[in-house]
Write a protein that binds this ligand. Structure first.
Ligand code: DMJ
Length: 642
């Protein structure tokens, strides 16, 4: 086909008043305007100037709205290019495949919840504040509301119109609140866990129909994505189905594990991901079911991962070919990330305990021991990379609780708990790290003073926080429950509020991958989201922490927040033919732009934690008997006799 000549502009020739060209006409208009201006009285001139000033100020006030729209227009192009998980990049897909945002069956009327979850109020910052105030003054129904409920609504109102709790309740209001809470609790127990089961079944339907036995569902294109080729979603979901009592689904998945799952494959797998999802999933399913099938499979994959530790430093490589028994680092570096090498211990230690073969525990203990002794930390905080040849930290001076470091901190505490709280070194490293967080990374946002965990780069603080950091409130609460300082629980509650706001302040009610907090006085909102960070991958960290906070405080608000989040997932990520999809833009409820991928952790973690959050059976995976690995697979706390 012949290419058409490119035309970048259209030329117009405009006649001037005296037949002149464009330049003359412009000059003529300028002169005539000036003449007219001179003929005006000074009062008229002042009036015009005043109106112009007013227009200019109004223009500034709506500026965020304008930019939001422009950004939304660009989203499809830019966000699709950003992927933090190293999986294949999916093109943004058409939105009409998402479930129509009709009201789903809601066991609780939205009016009964504190007014935080009202999509029609979402909008640009200034409008929201404005509409909320107006609504408060004119809403006569509000006058009849119970004291406790009204007090809640009197909390600080964020720019999106959501309420940030302030604890100013009177005694009478507290009683009313208790009554409300008991009623709510009953309703929650009966219907909310069912709503999570329904969500799981819908996700499973898509997986079963379009990607059975493959790694991840692509719900929009009704196909699948292969990462390791090991049925990742199926394995990650096993214990969730068991916990939810979905026996039919569990049995068909078990049959697949028995007949189809083989690790004798010439594939490269990531050591960390396959340990937390596959080894962790199989071990926890074995514990819940006592079915030897899962232990046999766990031993098989565990032993195939061992070559990763054959490195000069004993710090493992990131990748292993489980068929050939050869491990290697990524092509571009000989570094591994600290989170990856220090978040495989719970699983390997448990494998040793079950098999009575010490080699699994030994290799991961050596990694912990090396990191424990390394220099280059800052008040217990670790850099993000470690070299597999010399065993030293690399890219030093950068500290985060987010990607590449997060679960190092989580596993310090959890190994200590798993082993019966005897391993002093782990505890000391954990306590020191939390002090390091307080000293170096903790700040408050403006205007509402949300506590957040930022990052440090060569002494320079950045108010950036990954959604991944939202594991921290749960971990801190778990530590406090196990006898660590009570102020860890205080911090857990503050950070929980922040993580909730990362959802509540977005137009879809879903958190972006990364947020930036405003710290300067006079900011109009606490949270900003950069264009490239607006995606939501159906991640679990916030609902994970909500589960811990609810279990350990019994404060009903954490369940309400979880319920809001579930509804937002249903509204903006549910695909009608089955499955849920990650999305590109949490700021655009009209075009969230599906990414066409359902991560295995949505079934393995997000829905499991939501179910446990709503279930009122404290023995359903008791926190005094089990410790969850970083992929939400519960492993037993070792009996004190061992
Ligand atoms: C999961 O695989 C694990 O929770 C991991 O620790 C972090 N990333 C995902 C979920 O976000």
């Amino acid at each position: 086909m012949q290419a058409l000549p490119r035309q970048d502009y259209v030329s117009l020739s405009l006649p001037g008043p005296a037949g002149g060209g464009y330049n003359n006409s412009k000059q003529w208009r300028r002169q005539s305007c000036w003449r007219k201006w001179k003929q005006l009285s000074s009062l008229q001139r002042s009036l015009i100037l005043f109106i112009l000033m007013l227009l200019f100020i109004c223009g500034l006030a709506v500026y965020p709205t304008v930019t939001e729209h422009l950004r939304a227009l660009c989203m499809g192009l830019t966000d699709g290019e950003h992927n933090t998980d190293n999986h294949s990049i999916q093109k943004p897909a058409i939105p009409h495949v998402l479930e129509e945002p009709v009201k789903q069956e809601q066991p609780l009327l939205p009016e009964k919840l504190p007014q935080r979850h009202q999509y029609n109020k979402r909008g640009p910052p200034l409008l929201q504040n404005h509409s909320k105030k107006k609504e408060n003054s004119s809403d006569t129904a509000a006058a009849g509301k119970k004291d406790g409920e009204r007090k809640r609504e009197e909390g600080v109102i964020s720019w999106r119109g959501s309420v940030i709790d302030t604890d100013q309740t009177t005694e009478g209001a507290k009683d009313a609140k208790k009554e409300d809470s008991a009623k709510l609790s009953k309703e929650i127990e009966t219907s909310w866990p069912k709503a999570v089961q329904e969500a799981f079944k819908h996700a499973w339907k898509g997986y079963k129909e379009f990607s059975w036995g493959h790694d991840e569902l692509r719900p929009v294109s009704k196909s699948y994505n292969e990462w390791f080729g090991l049925g990742l979603t199926l394995i990650d979901s096993l214990d969730t189905m068991w916990i939810m009592g979905l026996s039919e689904e569990f049995e068909e998945a078990k049959a697949w594990v028995a007949t189809e799952l083989s690790f004798n494959k010439n594939v490269d797998v990531n050591l960390f991901e396959s340990t937390i999802r596959i080894l962790g999933g199989l071990l926890s399913t074995y514990h819940l079911t006592k079915d030897e099938l899962f232990l046999d499979k766990a031993k098989d994959i565990g032993s195939r991962l061992m070559p990763a530790f054959n490195t000069p430093s004993k710090i493992p490589y990131s990748d292993v070919n489980i068929g050939k028994g050869i491990a290697h680092p990524p092509r571009w570096t000989s570094d591994s990330t600290v989170a990856e090498v220090a978040s495989i211990q719970l699983e390997f230690r448990e494998l040793s305990r079950l098999t009575q073969e010490p080699q699994y525990q030994n290799v991961v203990a050596e990694v912990m021991d090396k990191i424990h002794k390394l220099g280059g930390k800052l008040d217990g905080l670790v850099p993000m990379f470690i070299n597999t040849n010399n065993g030293q930290f690399t890219h030093q001076g950068i500290f985060t609780l987010g990607a590449r470091a997060d679960s190092y901190y989580e596993y310090l505490l959890k190994q200590w708990i798993q082993g019966g709280k005897k391993e002093e070194g782990l505890l000391q490293d954990y306590l020191q790290a939390i002090e390091g967080v307080k000293k170096n990374l903790l700040q408050k946002s403006s205007p509402n003073g949300l506590t957040f965990v930022g990052e440090l780069s060569h002494g320079q603080f950045s108010p950036k926080m990954d959604h991944l950091v939202c594991f921290l409130p749960g971990t801190l609460a778990l530590g406090a429950h196990n006898g660590l300082p009570a102020d860890h629980m205080d911090l857990a509650k503050e950070l929980m509020q922040t993580c909730y706001q990362m959802y509540a302040q977005m137009e879809t009610g879903l958190s972006p991958e990364i947020v930036h907090f405003n710290m300067h006085q006079g900011s109009i909102r606490d949270i900003d989201v950069k264009l490239a960070d607006r995606h939501n991958l159906l991640r679990p960290e916030t609902v994970e922490s909500l589960f811990y906070l609810y279990r350990l405080t019994k404060d009903q608000k954490y369940r309400e927040w979880g319920w809001e989040i579930l509804q937002s997932f249903n509204k903006f990520t549910k695909v009608s033919s089955g499955g849920y999809t990650s999305i590109n833009n949490v700021r655009d409820p009209d075009y969230p732009s599906p990414r066409d991928k359902m991560e295995s952790f949505f079934l393995g973690e997000t829905l499991k934690y939501l179910y446990l959050l709503f279930s009122d059976d404290p023995d359903l995976i008791s926190l005094d008997k089990y410790v969850f690995n970083t992929e939400a697979h519960p492993l037993p706390i070792w009996p004190s006799t061992e």
